[in-house]
Design a protein around this ligand. Structure first.
Ligand code: SF4
Length: 243
């Protein structure tokens, strides 16, 4: 990796343990320094952490909810900008890098064209520079899968399980499948809805999703989710509307 390229990972505190392990393993096995960042309500708005010290109980997410005094939702997805983008921008600033003078390189593939176009449009609006090296190299989903098939480690998650463990921005069917596979993943999200007397998704509360899985544990077929590939970075994945 060239010296002037920084690889950064921003932890929301609600990432799956598999994700944290994967980021750590990518760093150690490929010999790449990965900067682990978490949002903090301080100046600058980040702290550098590592695999061992990374938050695992939603602490950064809790802190942005406390700051905003409300929950994010599909219309107001400021969790992405606060938890993912702000710490990375602040880190770049701490290195003396100025907006527009460096490029943000994002791992979207050639077959994720719509998100790439949105990313370019957003960057132009805000005076940033973005680049998509995988898309430039015409790398598609099958190429990525083939690469990882040859490796002796991988993310160890289903394609629909990435990012925050019960991200409200993914379709309801996927949230149900995530709860089904990992029943405790709804607890934190439900607790936030109760504490704030609010909701992440105005159409369905987390408690209802958990209840539905408990009553019909075998109802959900995950095969249809294969094409979804959650990613927090360009709006965290699924376009503007959750289903
Ligand atoms: S993965 Fe979902 S919940 Fe987590 S920061 Fe992104 S949009 Fe927010």
């Amino acid at each position: 990796m060239p010296d002037d390229v920084i690889v950064a990972f921003a932890n929301t505190g609600k990432e799956r343990e598999e994700t944290l392990r994967f980021v750590f393993e990518c760093g150690s096995r490929f010999g790449v320094r990965i900067v682990w960042l978490e949002w903090r309500d301080t100046k600058p708005c980040f702290e550098e952490v590592g695999f061992n010290s990374a938050s695992r109980n939603g602490e950064p997410f809790d802190a942005i909810i406390a700051k905003k005094k409300r929950l994010p939702n599909w219309r107001e997805r400021w969790c992405t900008s606060m938890l993912k983008l702000e710490p990375m921008f602040a880190y770049a600033k701490s290195l003396g890098w100025k907006k527009g003078e460096y490029a943000e390189l994002i791992g979207l593939r050639d077959d994720e064209g719509e998100r790439i176009l949105r990313g370019f449009a957003k960057a132009e609006e805000t005076g940033r520079r973005v680049g998509y090296p995988l898309a430039n190299a015409k790398i598609r989903k099958a190429d990525v899968m083939n690469f990882w098939r040859k490796m002796d480690f991988d993310l160890a998650l289903e394609p629909w399980e990435g990012n925050c463990d019960l991200c409200f921005a993914v379709p309801k069917a996927i949230r149900l499948a995530r709860i089904r596979r990992n029943p405790s993943c709804g607890l934190w999200w439900n607790q936030k809805e109760v504490e704030r007397d609010g909701f992440f998704d105005r159409r369905v509360r987390v408690a209802d999703l958990m209840d539905r899985v408990e009553r019909h544990p075998d109802m959900f077929d995950t095969a249809e989710f294969d094409e979804f590939d959650a990613e927090c970075g360009d709006g965290c994945g699924y376009g503007e509307a959750a289903q």
